[in-house]
Design a protein around this ligand. Structure first.
Ligand SMILES: Cc1cc2nc3c(=O)[nH]c(=O)nc-3n(C[C@H](O)[C@H](O)[C@H](O)COP(=O)(O)OP(=O)(O)OC[C@H]3O[C@@H](n4cnc5c(N)ncnc54)[C@H](O)[C@@H]3O)c2cc1C
Length: 839
């Protein structure tokens, strides 16, 4: 009995010490006390006490004496690491080291400090930024319709281009001292979100000059002369920039671009200068066909050693005026019927002077690092914002449509099947907007959160696609029939652009999020890797020893934490003071998941090492856990920042349950597919000792979410805040808004009509072909409803009729009119509009 008690006490003590990540000395002291007790109180047989004591002394002495520990253990491990560690290229190193670690570091630690997240300054717009959104952005949106842009003009009309330039849309991220608007990342994100609720073409056109491209690169790496010359011109739209990295044979693997520049002497403006003879073949370049300034990435070589010892200098970025002889632009690709300018560019042995290299000669070969650094922040803004914008459009318009469109005498939004899709749309959007805002807040705090930006890009575009897909399913044929009254088809077609650019999603999920996160955010891995590359052997030994044993303790601690929190349902886990009581459990469970994730990550990296890079499915699932924890963190932050809106709680709860369930599924996916089945079985017992805690969010909760989408309310407004709603009478979203309000007003009156018909007070059997006005007249005559009520019902029906109509076109879909120069678009829901086609 005494033996059992002693063993239990030792086990509990060990778990407790590991849980708090006790130091080696404390751990040794505790074991010494336990062994002392065993000797004094005879809790275990003498031979066992002796064996354990000998083992303890043999282990504890070297482990607590760093010099001995290094000699006996860590130097040997370091040697093995040096042999097995795959060599890392400079481009890989640049990618991994780019940017900063922020909340992702906490999630990787197994013990996130929630207070840090909750104290993050939630972003607000300055009065100037707000004014820009309320006036300039509204005005720009009002100038175009997506249909005319994409199907009539095949470009933004010249006056819209001019408006964009004059109002500074192309220089939102350029500092005021250079004539730009100097907007915060959050303001930039708000503008992109709003534009994307209206027109993909405007959104991409404005997005590119403000994200990764000449202006951003110049601001960080340009010479003073380059900045003073180009930034004011870019800010005012006197230059249209583009940035060309992608080549036909180097898409996702952009670091392998074959485009090259050879350092040499040449003629420029009548002088013999040092420069580069550059050859390139690029494609998919946004704004390329109309650009006046080509940002170009190529590999620089110096075979004659004119600038130094190295021959292969590495990827280099230069700015080349497109009017420069030899630069070929102009032809266009057609990206899924979105008509933002996009096309190829070529050049063969085009000589450029050295001072066209961004940052000048010292920055030769530094291009990849520059791109990775800029991507670390930029990727978190543009595409997450545009995906959120498209999701807002879908949620608001489809929610309204689902209420006004009836089948089987019922608004389709009230069928459970549709409700399920509406629920996903609402829950996803709430979480997307939270993550978009938190990521912008981090960037405004000075972070360049490389891993978080990747997560935001991947998951917000992916969720944006799901929201739009769900919306398409809900609106049925109305979404499929293109024309001016289709409000969702364009978003459905164009969202794959966001999925593909700035790191295609499959690649980002499989290779980047965990691959980069595990090295970058882990408290010890980068240190261990640095030590294996350290040429000074003594320094390497000390640094590796500290990192390696820190790592071991970290893993053991997370093992203990994951197990104990799993066993206790994490009920006792501390929660930051003052958070909304209804969210307490999420903080506790996320802390548990963070520890479980850290433990799974360490075992995966330890067992699979470099092979984990090829095990993309495992890496992707681990990345999903990290990503989902980030999305959950952002959602909790949003709920607090918005003053715990009780009416929005269903959105919060559904999004959290769904994400936690998916995170749990991703961990299960790792365990089920882990190559070593024995290790997998042990890990499962540790991570899920009592089974998996989450089930899918309940249908009742889902119904509460769906109801928010189909009824005008403050919650629905908050969910779709910042979207553009046209005032034009025939704009399809504006029509839905009016029809929704009218339908909701008419519903109680319609209920009166049904009740009267059931009670026999109203003859509701109408002659074929007669409209609602006949029924209303009868009801008024029978005293069932008043004249005013009748008007409401008729108005609602008329608006609904307009909403459900789709466009039709001549037999050849208007091709002959287009060729003749006049396109007639017959929109059934609106009068015919005659357009002059763009030349
Ligand atoms: C509309 C549009 C605008 C663009 N604008 C620009 C621009 O302005 N400037 C510019 O330089 N480029 C631009 N691009 C290029 C864009 O960045 C590339 O399309 C993108 O990098 C993917 O390259 P790819 O299309 O050649 O696909 P591929 O590289 O052929 O990839 C195909 C698929 O394979 C997957 N994949 C690749 N490697 C892996 C891996 N290791 N593991 C798992 N999956 C993998 C990818 O995720 C993708 O799903 C644009 C592209 C488009 C379509």
């Amino acid at each position: 009995m005494l033996t059992v008690l002693w063993l239990v006490a030792v086990l509990v003590g060990a778990l407790a010490l590991a849980y708090v990540n006790a130091s080696g000395v404390v751990l040794s002291a505790a074991i010494a006390v336990a062994l002392g007790l065993a000797w004094v109180a005879h809790t275990i047989p003498g031979w066992l006490a002796l064996a354990l004591t000998v083992a303890f002394v043999l282990l504890a002495v070297p482990l607590n004496a760093p010099a001995l520990r290094r000699k006996l253990i860590s130097d040997g491990v370091l040697g093995v690491f040096r042999k097995v560690m795959p060599p890392m290229s400079q481009t890989e190193r640049d990618a991994i080291e780019a940017g900063t670690v922020w909340w992702d570091g906490d999630l990787f630690s197994g013990r996130p400090e929630w207070r840090r997240l909750l104290d993050t300054r939630y972003p607000v717009l300055t009065p100037e930024e707000q004014h820009f959104l309320d006036h300039d952005v509204e005005e720009l949106c009002a100038m175009v319709t997506d249909w005319e842009t994409t199907h009539i003009h095949r470009d933004l009309p010249p006056h819209v281009w001019q408006f964009i330039k004059d109002r500074g849309f192309l220089g939102m991220s350029i500092a005021k001292e250079y004539g730009g608007l100097g907007f915060s990342a959050y303001a930039h994100s708000q503008v992109m979100t709003k534009l994307s609720t209206h027109s993909g073409t405007i959104s991409v056109t404005v997005m590119v000059p403000n994200s990764l491209g000449p202006a951003e690169l110049l601001a960080h790496y340009g010479t003073d002369l380059q900045k003073r010359h180009y930034l004011p011109r870019l800010a005012k739209g006197l230059e249209i920039p583009c940035f060309a990295l992608t080549s036909p044979n180097a898409g996702s693997d952009a670091a392998s671009i074959p485009d090259y520049g050879i350092v040499g002497w040449g003629e420029h403006e009548g002088r013999r200068v040092l420069g580069l003879s550059v050859t390139w073949d690029k494609r998919y370049i946004t704004l390329g066909p109309v650009a006046t300034l080509l940002g170009l990435a190529f590999r620089a070589y110096d075979p004659e050693h004119l600038v130094g010892d190295k021959e292969d200098l590495g990827i280099t970025c230069a700015l080349i005026p497109t009017a420069h002889p030899g630069v070929e632009i102009g032809r266009r690709h057609m990206p899924l019927n979105a008509v933002f300018q996009n096309g190829p560019t070529y050049g063969k042995a085009v000589f450029i002077p050295m001072d066209w290299v961004i940052g000048g000669q010292p920055m030769l070969g530094r291009g990849w690092r520059m791109l990775m650094e800029c991507l670390a922040a930029g990727r978190g803004i543009s595409l997450p914002s545009s995906a959120t914008g498209m999701a807002k459009l879908a949620v608001r318009a489809v929610g309204g449509y689902a209420r006004v469109r009836q089948q089987f005498k019922t608004p389709i939004g009230k069928f459970e099947g549709i409700e399920e899709a509406l629920t996903r749309m609402g829950g996803n959007l709430y979480m997307m907007d939270a993550a978009r805002t938190l990521t912008a807040a981090a960037i405004d705090m000075g972070q360049k959160p490389a891993v978080i930006s990747g997560i935001a890009k991947l998951h917000l575009t992916e969720r944006g696609r799901q929201v739009v897909n769900d919306g398409m399913d809900i609106v049925g044929g109305k979404g499929i029939s293109m024309g001016p009254s289709n409000f969702i088809g364009a978003a459905y077609m164009q969202i794959p652009v966001a999925i593909t650019v700035e790191g295609a999603n499959i690649l980002t999920r499989s290779l980047i999020v965990f691959g980069q996160g595990a090295i970058r955010c882990h408290p010890y891995v980068l240190k261990e890797m640095a030590a294996t590359r350290e040429p000074d052997r003594a320094k390497a030994s000390v640094e590796f020893d500290a990192a390696f044993f820190g790592h071991l303790r970290f893993t053991l601690s997370n093992l203990a934490r994951a197990f104990v929190m799993g066993l206790t349902g994490s009920h006792f886990v501390g929660v930051p003071a003052g958070v909304a009581p209804e969210t307490r459990r999420y903080y506790q469970q996320l802390t548990r998941f963070s520890a479980a994730f850290a433990f799974l990550s360490d075992v995966s990296m330890g067992m699979l090492g470099g092979a984990l890079k090829r095990k993309e499915k495992l890496s992707a699932r681990l990345g999903d856990v990290l990503s989902l924890m980030y999305l959950c963190s952002a959602t909790l932050r949003r709920y607090e920042a918005e003053g715990r809106q009780h009416a929005d709680a269903p959105l919060l709860h559904w999004a959290m349950w769904d994400a936690m369930f998916k995170a749990q599924g991703a961990m299960e996916g790792v365990l089920s597919n882990f190559p070593n089945r024995l290790v997998a079985a042990v890990m499962r017992r540790i991570v899920f000792p009592l089974g998996r805690p989450y089930v899918v969010p309940s249908d009742d909760l889902g119904q509460e979410v769906a109801r928010i989408l189909i009824l005008p309310s403050a919650s629905r407004d908050r969910l779709t805040a910042g979207m553009y709603i046209s005032r034009a009478p025939d704009n399809p979203v504006a029509l839905i808004e009016r029809a929704l309000a009218a339908t909701v007003a008419a519903e109680p009156i319609e209920a009166k009509l049904r009740a009267a018909a059931k009670e026999g007070r109203l003859d509701a059997k109408l002659p074929p072909g007669s409209g609602v006005d006949v029924l209303v007249a009868r009801a008024q005559a029978a005293g069932v409803i008043t004249g005013a009520e009748g008007t409401i019902v008729v108005a609602a029906r008329e608006l609904t009729e307009k909403v459900i109509r789709v466009d039709d076109f001549p037999q050849d879909l208007g091709a002959s009119e287009m060729r003749a120069g006049t396109a007639v678009v017959q929109a059934a829901a609106a009068p015919a509009i005659v357009h002059k086609a763009a030349a």
